[in-house]
Design a protein around this ligand. Structure first.
Ligand code: UT7
Length: 347
């Protein structure tokens, strides 16, 4: 007897959303103090030539430990500019979502303090730690909060004062040359045009490789990295391992994100990657044959600013009129955790 045909399982119903999500305003903030490669030559065994050749960095902005600014100062300034440019005030927001791994104190969070300073009232305030992937994680989460209708207007921030955790001696030089401080922010808002918002996104982590990039906060061996008092509270990095991870991850992430959105590399108007090292970035750019005006690099003057690096570039491009409504833009990041993720937007 022929077996009865197995009823095929219907594909899961795709949710239909009645709102789109738009980027309504962008802002950023930098400390005034410049730390050039020549400054670094005076305090550790390094050279401008070595740094430029290996990383593409010439200078970075850093805070002053005594006079600031703090993470909260930079985050507030960036968000206030984004609000001004969106024609909004703090009380228009439902949520402040701040990606940071360097809050000024364990509690209260940066987002709580920022919400108060911008006069947002008693709204939700969340800090999220995704290290250098934090801004991408935050954009993806904030988008979905709006898309499903639980929030309408969200201030998303990426802010880090990573140089608080840098050892400016020859012992810490591999990491010290890379980092700078900054904040960037954007306002996400619900809109009627349902085509606006995320076309595809990805978020990943893998702590089996955490030992390659971490900040130990007390005196004991972490992972299999031997305790040394100079390591406490300073970035510990296996530069070559992180480099290898990054050069393989960026192209894969771009491919996967394009595929899940069903678009070609050339359809995306702007690629904004976390600024980690110019060599990592140019390798990804060359792999896809993308021109410089689509695949952006500003690490030369900013260094690696952790969660702030993507919104810093987004702000530069927006203020110069290069980012426009109707375009597609992809954000890509990797960082400590290890973490990595992408966010492809229809503007
Ligand atoms: O957000 C993620 C953050 N991290 C990254 O993206 C890091 C990715 N990795 C990198 O950017 C690179 O690995 C670095 C820039 C950190 C290092 O460049 P590298 O070409 O991988 O250098 P290396 O670690 O292989 O070191 C080569 C040499 C070593 O000397 P010896 O052992 O060959 O005598 C280092 O001690 O360069 C030395 N070195 C330096 N020399 C001058 C390491 N740092 C410095 C320095 N100045 N700042």
């Amino acid at each position: 007897m022929t077996p009865a045909p197995t009823p095929s399982t219907p594909p899961p119903a795709q949710p239909t959303f009645t709102r789109g999500v738009r980027i309504a305003g962008v802002g950023s903030a930098l400390p005034e103090r410049i730390l050039s490669n020549a400054d670094l030559e005076k305090i550790m065994d390094t050279s401008d030539e070595w740094i430029v050749q290996r990383t593409g960095i010439r200078e970075r902005r850093i805070h002053d430990p005594k006079t600031g600014p703090s993470t909260t100062d930079l985050a507030t300034e960036a968000l206030q500019k984004a609000l001004d440019r969106a024609g909004m005030v703090g009380s228009d927001l439902d949520l402040v979502l701040c990606a940071t791994m360097t809050p000024d104190m364990p509690t209260p969070s940066v987002s709580c303090l920022v919400a108060d300073r911008i006069g947002a009232g008693q709204i939700a305030a969340i800090d999220l730690n995704g290290a250098c992937s934090g801004f991408v994680y935050a954009m993806n989460c904030a988008h979905d909060f709006i898309r499903i209708g639980s929030q309408t207007t969200i201030g998303v921030i990426g802010a880090d004062l990573i140089t608080r955790f840098v050892d400016y001696s020859t012992f810490g030089r591999a990491a010290a040359i890379l980092f700078g401080d900054a904040a960037g922010a954007c306002i996400l808002q619900a809109c009627d045009d349902t085509s606006k918002g995320l076309l595809a996104q990805a978020m990943h982590s893998d702590a089996s490789r955490a030992k390659h990039l971490f900040i130990p906060c007390c005196e004991r061996d972490f992972f299999d990295v031997e305790y040394d008092e100079r390591r406490v509270n300073s970035v510990q990095m296996n530069g070559q391992a992180v480099f290898r991870f990054a050069v393989t991850t960026f192209p894969k992430l771009i491919e996967q994100t394009l595929e899940s959105a069903g678009v070609q590399a050339g359809d995306v108007d702007h690629y904004i990657c976390h600024q980690s090292n110019a060599r990592i970035l140019t390798a990804a750019r060359d792999r896809f044959g993308l021109p410089e005006d689509r695949f952006h690099i500003n690490i030369g003057s900013r260094g690696n600013t952790v969660a702030a690096s993507i919104p810093l570039i987004l702000d530069e491009l927006t203020q110069s009129g290069r980012v426009k409504e109707g375009q597609k833009i992809m954000f890509l990041a990797f960082g400590a955790g290890l973490t990595w993720g992408s966010s492809l937007w229809q503007l």
